[in-house]
Ligand binder design. Sequence first.
Ligand SMILES: Nc1[nH]c(=O)nc2c1ncn2[C@H]1C[C@H](O)[C@@H](COP(=O)(O)OP(=O)(O)OP(=O)(O)O)O1
Length: 171
Amino acid sequence: MLLKKAYTLVFIRTATQILLGFKKRGFGVNLYNGFGGKIEPNETIVDAALRELKEECCLTVRKSDLKNVGHLEFSFEGEPNLMVVSVFSSNIYEGTPKDTEEMSVKWFNYSEIPFQKMWPDDAIWLPLMLENKLFYGRFHYINNNTIGHYKVEELKSMEEFYAKRNLGSVN
Ligand SMILES: Nc1[nH]c(=O)nc2c1ncn2[C@H]1C[C@H](O)[C@@H](COP(=O)(O)OP(=O)(O)OP(=O)(O)O)O1
């Protein structure tokens, strides 16, 4: 039985571009990713997503503008943890993205997303998000650079997916 640990991951997008942060420290260092982190005790998943977004790139998004678009699970060979990541996207935000202690921010055209400098799983599920599809992904890593096995599914509805798995909603 794997021990579940919950995380958030938020992507800010326009019709043609996505904002990514280059992680300067900690888990996923030297990789581009969306903004997110661990969910603190007594915090909803959405509250955690909005807090991490603000902390990591100084942007504010209203709860009603944050859309839950995916659910990812990661395990690592020889480790007892299952990393469970709620993925969100928004195209409405307030503020100007700024570099922080944790991230250097940069906009990328959809055709120029730096997959070679991202987690290897991103190349598999992120294109679904760019097509405005909902998704579930499960990845088992043999080491930090190598996926052993995985599965990715397109979902009809996040609510239906959570209900089927007896998981609560993200709010
Ligand atoms: N394989 C993977 N692919 C991906 O796209 N994102 C991943 C991933 N594995 C983890 N993530 C994301 C989830 C989350 O947004 C982030 C990891 O969160 P962190 O460890 O940075 O959490 P915190 O910011 O709370 O950490 P600290 O404040 O440094 O303790 O990386």
